[in-house]
Ligand binder design. Structure first.
Ligand code: SF4
Length: 374
């Protein structure tokens, strides 16, 4: 049985998209440049930087564009290289580009059991453009070829008149209701839910889908994480265009290009208790895979697979039911302190506005006492 060694959240900075959903984060951030950027590295170079040997084992690599992930042809080539390397790969897609799914389905059959699709069902845009049937045909196409998938909707107010229709379509075509993702307002840094409903009413609509993904996301929305987090070591963010690796969202100190010298070891180091985010913004990925081992949470597969309808193959189900802790060693107390202490001291100096140049032996003693108390 293959165990997950690391989780890599990859951004493909393509901002072009063939849909224009109201709630799209790219539109919210006014970031829609409609570009398909050229990669700085070839798919073969990307593979040689992400070998199983360099990463320490088989990883789950999730690829998401800022627009539609599958618009550039190179997205298929990158996935092929990573699958050949032995990794498991997820692609988040709007499910409309039939030619790309045909290309995936022509991969060697043994690679397809490692391939996972997160299909976002952008219902209104698909309906308006007459693409609903294309969407469901593409989900069925990859399923038949031996891939795993999840279909999810972003819950937002525009969908309210259509919830019954969405449920019926998914039951008829996929044998189960879609999973539900909560939609955030990312037009400013407050990160509230994108809805005019009360939180209770919003949750009631989401709950009607009986979606573990929705329940988990809502439970962890705006909950500041204070536990020791292994993001930065057991997981990281990666820009596939530039090769720049960061520990996590808002925890991007010391970014490093890991494509430039693929023979160099990667400097993994956990965020620890220093998470700068207001809450774990992608908790359904990171937390469910186990970056915070002290927190007992459902697995990635439990949040997505509709077991009654077998959305996952047995291989994928077993891999994504696993936790990162099973193939990684937790840090010793000393190692944890080495990560935690320098930041704690820096925060203390910033909060008390003490200048190091003005320190005297007596003031150092008093600071030491205060730090011990904290
Ligand atoms: S708690 Fe979540 S957001 Fe914070 S560092 Fe860990 S994975 Fe990243």
């Amino acid at each position: 049985m293959e165990k997950i060694k690391r989780f890599i959240e990859c951004l493909l900075p393509v901002t072009a998209c063939n849909l224009m959903c109201d709630y799209c984060y790219v539109i919210q951030e006014n970031n829609r440049k409609n570009e398909i950027p050229k990669l700085n590295y070839t798919p073969q170079q990307i593979r040689s930087a992400l070998t199983v040997e360099r990463l320490g084992g088989i990883c789950y690599i999730s690829i998401c564009g800022a627009g539609e992930t599958l618009l550039p042809k190179y997205s298929v080539d990158i996935v092929h290289e990573l699958l050949q390397e032995g990794h498991f790969v997820n692609i988040t897609t709007n499910g409309t580009l039939t030619q790309r799914f045909e290309e995936f389905c022509s991969f060697e059959p043994n690679l397809l059991s490692h391939l996972h699709f997160a299909f976002s069902l952008h219902f209104i845009e698909l309906k308006d453009k007459g693409l609903l049937q294309t969407f469901f045909d593409n989900v069925k196409r990859v399923r038949q070829a031996g891939c795993s998938f999840v279909v999810q909707i972003n819950l937002y107010d525009g969908y309210l008149p259509y919830l019954d229709e969405i449920k019926r379509l998914c039951l008829d075509n996929l044998g189960a209701l879609p999973q539900v993702a909560a939609t955030r307002d990312e037009s400013n840094s407050n990160f509230v839910l994108l809805t005019n409903l009360s939180k209770e009413n919003y949750a009631m609509n989401g709950d009607s889908f009986d979606s573990p993904l929705f329940t988990f996301t809502m439970e962890n929305f705006m909950v500041k994480r204070k536990e020791f987090c292994y993001a930065g070591d057991w997981s990281f963010l990666l820009n596939l265009q530039t090769g720049i690796m960061r520990k996590c969202y808002a925890n991007g100190d010391n970014p490093v290009n890991i494509f430039e010298n693929p023979n160099d070891p990667i400097p993994f180091c956990a965020v620890g208790k220093n998470c700068k985010n207001k809450y774990c913004v992608n908790s359904s990925h990171f937390m469910s895979l186990g970056v915070i081992p002290s927190k007992n949470v459902p697995s990635y597969a439990q949040l997505r697979n509709r077991e009654s309808a077998n959305w996952y193959t047995p291989t994928m189900n077993s891999f994504l039911n696993g936790k990162l802790e099973a193939s990684n060693k937790k840090y010793s107390l000393m190692k944890k302190l080495r990560i935690y202490t320098p930041l704690r001291i820096k925060n203390f100096f910033q909060a008390t506005k003490i200048r190091i140049s003005r320190l005297t032996p007596n003031s150092i003693k008093s600071i030491y006492k205060k730090l011990r108390k904290k």
